[in-house]
Design a protein around this ligand. Structure first.
Ligand code: SAM
Length: 273
């Protein structure tokens, strides 16, 4: 059986296409030996040559894109699979651990600078590292605050710009408190709590209406369920797919995946209306 490695398959397709184009040229030459030699058929010669180069060019491009995807996915998996090693569980914002990809943190910085929300509502506080990161950016901007929710307390550090709420992100009581807190502020939302499809879908329905037009609703950890990471049984991507099928107010902003690796592929949702 041939290799299932997509890169090897691409190479084989590329070689096969090149060989097929050459065979076609030889066949034309064999069937009509004088065709290519006749002065009147120079244009035909050119067409054939162009087709051959088109084939080669097309597959070389294809190959390049495929190679890029393979490299990005391999690095993504390597980074995530070394969870307990030098990467995920070894990432800190001023001493507080956080479960975010540093490339995504940079994207958050750019989004905050561009959209300037008054408040970020975050579900899934954990140890408070991501809330602290957002608060630090707000410090630099001189404006903004964070409301973060967790079902358990991990004793996150006290911070001026951060309000910690304890309870399930989808409970009536928490939704009431969040709505009361954000009032008519400019709101951005980050969903990073329980990553099961059902919970994320619930959160999407409850929190999407709070997001201000022009701001973002970020669904974290879209990379689970083989996208390209296999970890736990969460599936935020399935929730986003279902949510977007019935909500045209949000569009995935794929430009936010510009660094190649993003844990939120397809999850940088921008409120457009
Ligand atoms: C992935 S961690 C959050 C990581 C954090 N945002 C960061 O970047 O460092 C997920 C957190 O969600 C919390 N959680 C799980 N189910 C929840 C729920 N129903 N409501 C609120 N938080 C929940 C967990 O206790 C856990 O602390």
């Amino acid at each position: 059986m041939l290799s299932k490695d997509p890169e090897t398959l691409r190479w084989l397709i590329f070689l096969f296409s090149g060989a097929a184009a050459l065979a076609l040229l030889l066949l034309v030459h064999k069937l009509w030996p004088n065709l290519l030699r006749k002065p009147g058929f120079r244009a035909f010669d050119l067409v054939i040559t162009a087709v051959v180069f088109l084939f080669i060019g097309m597959h070389a491009t294809n190959l390049w894109h495929e190679r890029e995807e393979v490299v990005v996915n391999s690095f993504h998996r390597l980074y995530h699979d070394t969870w307990w090693g030098p990467t995920v569980r070894n990432t800190y914002w001023f001493g507080t651990p956080l479960l975010k990809c540093p490339l995504d943190l940079w994207v958050y910085q750019e989004i905050l600078h561009e959209t300037k929300p008054d408040v970020i509502v975050e579900t899934g506080t954990w140890q408070g590292g991501s809330a602290g990161f957002f608060a630090s950016l707000f410090d630099l901007m001189g404006h903004g605050r964070v409301v973060t929710i967790d079902i358990k307390s991990f004793d996150p550090p006290e911070r001026d710009r951060v309000t910690y709420l304890l309870g399930s992100s989808t409970s009536d009581e928490i939704i009431r408190q969040v709505k009361e807190s954000v009032h008519d502020d400019k709101v951005m939302v980050v969903l990073d709590s329980d990553h099961s499809k059902e919970h994320v879908l619930n959160e999407l329905r409850l929190y999407s209406e709070m997001v201000t037009v022009g701001c973002y609703l970020v669904v974290e950890d879209m990379h689970l369920n083989g996208n390209p990471v296999q970890f736990g049984d969460g599936d935020p991507a399935a929730a986003v797919k279902e949510f977007l099928a019935s909500n045209s107010n949000f569009e995935p902003d794929r430009s936010r995946e510009k660094f190649g690796v993003s844990w939120n592929r397809g999850g940088w949702l921008k409120r457009v209306r």
